[in-house]
Design a protein around this ligand. Structure first.
Ligand code: CTP
Length: 407
């Protein structure tokens, strides 16, 4: 994903059974492009060895305040120098208590005092420890000190109990970290998106659909969330997990997608139509399966689907509308024509052979200000660039509201 490219994260691991998940988190942070430096408490090494983290991070792992591998003898200062964030995952009740008291008796607690990077913690403990008044008090103090909490989650615990106190899953912690480090360019904005294909039924088992994977729309929903927006994603049938924190409405046909979009559009600031909506649907889907013994191919009439994007763009108080144009040729000409026909300020054009169904894409933006190519790459990275560009355009329209009046 490379969303943490050029970032250095100090990962603190405390002693608890969730420490094993920190290894998965480390691997995922590395995949996202981060450099990760690991510091473990003494008790964390009882659950998982420093060697595991060393192999996964490709860097030395530190556990001791008196480590003489740091030449100036000050690991508590040196290790947090130049890091973009300190993330303690898993953070135990004891570690929260020590941080709340400002104690500095081991390397990790000393580092969290001697820092000038933001501090994030993902607690992991038994539910009774989490609910205990002492822990409540400590969490309150830490929040007051500006520490940011990721979780914990509610669910089944290692001890067999069920309740609040479980560490968030590594993917959720990573998502929260990326979001926390992303500038909040869309804070306070409501963003509505469509993604994926639609499926237009012919009979109970057959239908008309297309090769859209939904990845570009889901990546944009995530990027908008990370930029601070409130996100509503109307998704056609895809196999993707809901972007963490987004409100997802799953639909099948273009008509269902239109209804869901029109419900949210009047209050949206920004509408990004990424879905590959079927232009036509079967006028009357039959309720029983078509049988080949009938000797005749199925006989159905196609009727045009409504153009969801054009309808939203024509609303009395339309949100800022962004469309997609997937073309197999003449990208520039067709994309620009589409933008004008649908009366939208921005269209994202790509050649189907570059993006449809895959994990990467190559897109060019067409707006009234001209064309703007985005370097080809992973759809998550393209999504972040696109959100940046859209945020720039929003700032230029109607004092940043994005709304345009159609009278
Ligand atoms: N779109 C929509 N509702 C439709 C069809 C398309 O909202 N019924 C949106 C898509 O989400 C996308 C853009 O419009 O943002 C694509 O425009 P369109 O002209 O419909 O593209 P194609 O279907 O590819 O058109 P054509 O086959 O003419 O190229």
């Amino acid at each position: 994903m490379m969303e943490l490219q050029d970032k250095t994260i100090l990962l603190g691991v405390c002693g608890g059974v969730a420490a094993y998940k920190a290894a998965i988190l480390l691997r995922d942070m590395r995949r996202a492009g981060a450099r990760v430096r690991v510091v473990m408490t003494e008790s964390a090494t009882r659950f998982i060895t420093p060697l595991t983290f060393q192999a996964l991070s490709g860097e030395a792992v530190y556990t001791c305040l008196w480590d003489d591998r740091i030449p100036n003898g000050m690991p508590h200062i040196e290790l947090s120098r130049g890091v973009d964030a300190i993330l303690v995952a898993s953070a135990t009740a004891d570690f929260l208590a020590r941080m709340a008291a400002g104690r500095a008796e081991d390397l990790l607690s000393t580092l969290t005092l001697a820092r000038n990077a933001p501090l994030f913690v993902a607690p992991a403990m038994n539910r009774q420890m989490w609910e205990h008044p002492a822990t409540r008090r400590n969490v309150g103090l830490l929040l007051g000190d500006g520490v940011c909490f990721f979780g914990p989650a509610f669910g089944e615990q290692a001890c067999g109990d069920e309740g609040e106190g479980r560490m968030l899953e590594p993917a959720e912690i990573l998502e929260s970290l990326i979001a926390a480090l992303t500038p909040k360019r869309l804070l306070g904005k409501k963003v509505l998106l469509t993604a994926g294909p639609t499926f237009e039924a012919i009979d109970p088992v057959r239908g008309i659909t297309n090769l859209s994977s939904g990845r570009m729309g889901y990546a944009l929903a995530r990027a908008a969330m990370q930029a601070g927006a409130e996100v509503s994603l109307i998704s056609g049938p895809v196999e993707l997990a809901a972007p963490y924190g987004a409100c997802v409405t799953r639909v099948t046909s273009a008509l269902e997608m239109r209804d869901a979009v029109l419900k949210d559009a009047p209050t949206a600031d920004l509408f990004i139509a990424v879905a590959a909506v079927a232009d036509y649907r079967v006028e009357k889907a039959v309720s029983q399966k078509h049988k080949k013994e009938s000797g005749k191919p199925p006989d159905f009439k196609l009727v045009a689907n409504p153009d969801i994007l054009a309808e939203v763009a024509a609303l009395a108080h339309a949100p800022f509308c962004v469309g997609f144009a997937a073309e197999s040729e003449n990208l520039e000409k067709f994309a620009e024509e589409k933008r004008k026909r649908k009366k939208i300020p921005l269209i994202v054009g790509n050649l189907v052979q570059d993006g449809l169904g895959g994990k990467t894409n190559r897109v060019t933006l067409f707006s009234e200000h001209g064309r703007y190519p985005i370097p080809p790459g992973d759809k998550n990275i393209i999504a972040r660039r696109l959100i940046e560009h859209i945020a720039d355009l929003l700032e230029k329209t109607d004092a940043g509201t994005g709304r345009r009046k159609n009278s």
